[in-house]
Design a protein around this ligand. Sequence first.
Ligand SMILES: Cc1ncc(COP(=O)(O)O)c(C=O)c1O
Length: 413
Amino acid sequence: MPLDIEKIKSDFPIFRNAHRNNKPLVYLDSAATAHKPQCVIDAESRFYSEDYGTVRRGIYFLSAMATEKYESVRKQIAEFIQAGSPAEIVYTRGATESINLVARCYGESQLKAGDEIILSEFEHHSNIVPWLMLRDRIGVKLVYVRSTRDWRFDMDDYADKLSERTKIVSITGMSNVLGTMPDLKAITALAHAKGAKVHIDGAQLVPHMGINVKFLDCDFLSFSSHKMLGPTGVGVLYMKRELGDIMSPWQGGGDMIEYVQFDGFTTNELPYKFEAGTPNMAGVIGFGKAIEYINSVGLINIMMHERETTEYVLRRMLETEGIQLYGPTTAENRGSVFSFNYKDLHSHDIGSMLDFNNIAIRAGHHCAQPLMGKLGVISTARASFYLYNSKEDVNILIDALQQSERFLKNAVR
Ligand SMILES: Cc1ncc(COP(=O)(O)O)c(C=O)c1O
């Protein structure tokens, strides 16, 4: 069903409130963080004003209610990604923390010097640096899969690099710079055939396409609430139960233990053994509302809308003189995030000029400096789209780019 963008926009108060210079907000930075519908804001606020109590610690009414809500979101998340059990859903602070948890808790206990970890050239710093840190601690080797000339994941190169030495394959589900979406099913099957475990960085993929971890058979999946209409400070690490069972916890404290003595402790069961300390309860409850909202719009409708948007952006960008688009130029297996440069303007100038028109894009290296090196640039402008963006937003972006070039030329004269 086509999305009613005006109706969707009206669910997000930011679009009523963030007019500047008499211009409505055109928000094209959802790959960095997405805006929140009123229902998410209300859920978080209601929790503080009506239901607030600590989870899994108190025996009083508020605590019991808070615990029930908090744990019911875990079930919602498990259903959203088709996990076998809520016990496989660990709450974290975000995708970054989830990836660090895998590198630390799985990597350190299961890998040894000389073992190999396969990443791709598309990775965000969050899916590079934790593995570099692991390399520095225990001497594993990082191997990077090349991208093809048209900025796809090179399956041949991957198959060549995969070997019995490979112990983990950690790959983005969607590049936050180029929109490239590798074939996760094929990547996972090949890795498993060599006995390697697969971690998917789903920070960009899950908000837009969802994911079915059972179908993919991935071993770990990381993603963040704030990129999918939910609050900041909440993330998810999905882990197969049998892997969670063999991993030791990384942070010690309340809740992750079963029993503590002055000279030792035993750990709690999954998923709690990875959740030390009082968690972000309000954030989790807001995240539950965000998932409810996405489900009510319909993930399939969101996907179809974004596919149309992607086709339209590609057409407009490729036909507009002066735009240099980076990444795949067809919509197949490509998300709605577009890195580009325009004429000989610096990406920061593009960003500032667009900001003058109340168009919010990202400019910089997008936490992907190695990929910038491959692209041969220091930075790019990036426009990214979500369910609340319309074709009109695309037109406004292209018009403003063309105007900004004229404006800057006049300013230089
Ligand atoms: C592909 C990718 N992975 C990981 C992250 C890290 O997510 P967070 O900052 O929410 O932890 C991001 C954030 O932009 C991302 O785009």
